[in-house]
Design a protein around this ligand. Structure first.
Ligand code: GLN
Length: 382
C-alpha cells in the first residue's frame, strides 16, 4: 500500500447539497434542499439545442466562448446595468458559476494572500481559496437581517488582502446589497489594489420591485471586479452547467490563462442555442415576477405556522427560523424534517465555517406549485 499524501482539503466533506438531496431521495421526501427547478425549461430553448446538435455544431468552441453568445451577454449587461464589456476581450463563457469562481480564484490567489468572504457563504469559496494557499477572513452576517457591519469588514483588511468575494443576491439568506453597502465597499477598496469577485448568479431573481445593484454599475468597482453569472439560474437549466465571467481585459487575460487548462472551452451547441434564445429579452426580464409568485405562494402557505419567515429579497431560497418549533440544532432539525416530515431543506450552519447555529433552515422554492403545496401541507402539520 502506498502512503497517501496529506489531504489538501482535510476539513472538507461532500457538499451539503449532495448530502441533503441523497437524504431526501432515501426518504422519499420533497426535495426543497438543493437549489434546482423541478419543472421543464422553455421548449423553444430545448429546440434550439436540438437543432444546433443536429446541424453539426458539435466540436470545440473558441476558448473564450462563441462570439454570438458573448455579444448577447454584453448586450444584456449593458441594458440592465449601463455597463460596457467588450464581448470578445472581456467576457468568458464558463462551465457554470462554480467553474468561473474556481478559475478566478486560481488565477489570482497565491500562498498567504488574504480573501474576505461574507458568511453565510456559498460553500465553494473557502475551499477554493485554501487550495491555492490563500487565507480566508470571514465576516459573519447574522439572523434575522444578515446585515454587513462595514467597520468590522474594514478591520479585516490588511496589506495582504487580495480579494473580496461578494454574493449578491445572497445564497442562502436572500438578502441583496443596498446603495449604502456599495458606498461603504467603494470607500474600503479605494486606493487599494483589492480585487472583487462578485458572484451574482441570482441577479435576475429580485423581488418587490427592488433593484439588483450589480458591481459593474460602479466604475470604481467594475475596474477591479470579476462578475460571475449563471444560465442555470436564468433559464432553469442548472444541469447544463454553463455561465460566464465578465471582467476588464487585463483581468480576463489572466482568467483565461487558467480557464484554457481548466476546461479549455464550454460545449458548443448549448452556447449557440443560448445566443439565439437571448435575443428575446423577455426570456429573462420576466424571471423576478415568475419567482415572486412562487415565493409568495410558499410564504402565504406557511404564514399560519410557527415558522418565522425571514425576509427574502432575492434568489429562490426562503429562510425559516424554527425556534418556536424545535430546540434541535439546525442540522438535526433539517434531518428530522426530511426523515419524519418528508421535507428536505438545508441547515444554515453549513454556510458558516464555525457552524453558527441560529435555528434557521433554507427552503428552495424553484418548484412546481404542486410540489410547494405538498411541502406546505407537511410543514403545516408540525
Ligand atoms: N447552488 C445550488 C444551491 O445552493 C446547488 C449547487 C450544488 O449542488 N453544488 O443549492
Amino acid at each position: 500500500m502506498i502512503q497517501l499524501p496529506l489531504s489538501k482539503l482535510s476539513n472538507v466533506g461532500t457538499t451539503i447539497f449532495s448530502q441533503m438531496t441523497q437524504l431526501a431521495n432515501e426518504n422519499q421526501a420533497i426535495n426543497l434542499s438543493q437549489g434546482f427547478p423541478d419543472f421543464m425549461p422553455d421548449s423553444e430553448l430545448l429546440n434550439y439545442v436540438d437543432d444546433f446538435i443536429k446541424k453539426g455544431f458539435n466540436q470545440y468552441a473558441p476558448l473564450g466562448g462563441m462570439i454570438g453568445l458573448k455579444e448577447e451577454i454584453a448586450r444584456k449587461i449593458e441594458n440592465s446595468h449601463q455597463a460596457i464589456y467588450h464581448p470578445d476581450a472581456e467576457i468568458t463563457v464558463t462551465a457554470g458559476g462554480t467553474q468561473a469562481i474556481f478559475t478566478a480564484i486560481a488565477a489570482f490567489i497565491k500562498r498567504d494572500d488574504e480573501v474576505i468572504i461574507f458568511e453565510p457563504a456559498y460553500d465553494c469559496y473557502e475551499p477554493t481559496v485554501e487550495l491555492f494557499g490563500g487565507i480566508v477572513k470571514r465576516f459573519e452576517m447574522k439572523a434575522p437581517h444578515y446585515e454587513i457591519d462595514w467597520n468590522a469588514v474594514k478591520g479585516l483588511i490588511s496589506e495582504k488582502t487580495k480579494m473580496i468575494i461578494l454574493n449578491n443576491p445572497n445564497n442562502p439568506s436572500g438578502k441583496i446589497l443596498t446603495e449604502n453597502d456599495i458606498r461603504e465597499l467603494i470607500k474600503i477598496v479605494k486606493d487599494t489594489s483589492i480585487l472583487i469577485l462578485s458572484d451574482e448568479v441570482y441577479e435576475n431573481i429580485v423581488f418587490d420591485g427592488k433593484q439588483h445593484l450589480s458591481i459593474c454599475r460602479y466604475p470604481e468597482l467594475k475596474e477591479r471586479s470579476l462578475l460571475v453569472a449563471s444560465f442555470g439560474k436564468l433559464f432553469h437549466v442548472t444541469g447544463w452547467k454553463i455561465g460566464y465571467c465578465a471582467a476588464p481585459k487585463a483581468l480576463t487575460d489572466e482568467f483565461r490563462k487558467v480557464h484554457q487548462f481548466n476546461v479549455f472551452c464550454v460545449n458548443t451547441p448549448i452556447q449557440l442555442a443560448l445566443a439565439e434564445y437571448m435575443k428575446n429579452d423577455d426570456h429573462y426580464n420576466q424571471l423576478s415576477s415568475f419567482f415572486q409568485k412562487k415565493r409568495d405562494f410558499l410564504r402565504q402557505g406557511l404564514a399560519s405556522t410557527s415558522f418565522e419567515l425571514l425576509d427574502c429579497e432575492g434568489t429562490y431560497f426562503q429562510a425559516l427560523k424554527y425556534d418556536k418549533v424545535s430546540d434541535k440544532n439546525d442540522f438535526d432539525f433539517a434531518s428530522e424534517l426530511t426523515v419524519t416530515h418528508k421535507v428536505a431543506s438545508v441547515p444554515f450552519s453549513s454556510f458558516y465555517k464555525n457552524k453558527v447555529n441560529e435555528n434557521v433552515i433554507r427552503l428552495c422554492f424553484a418548484k412546481k406549485e404542486e410540489t410547494l403545496e405538498k411541502a406546505i401541507e407537511n410543514l403545516t402539520k408540525i
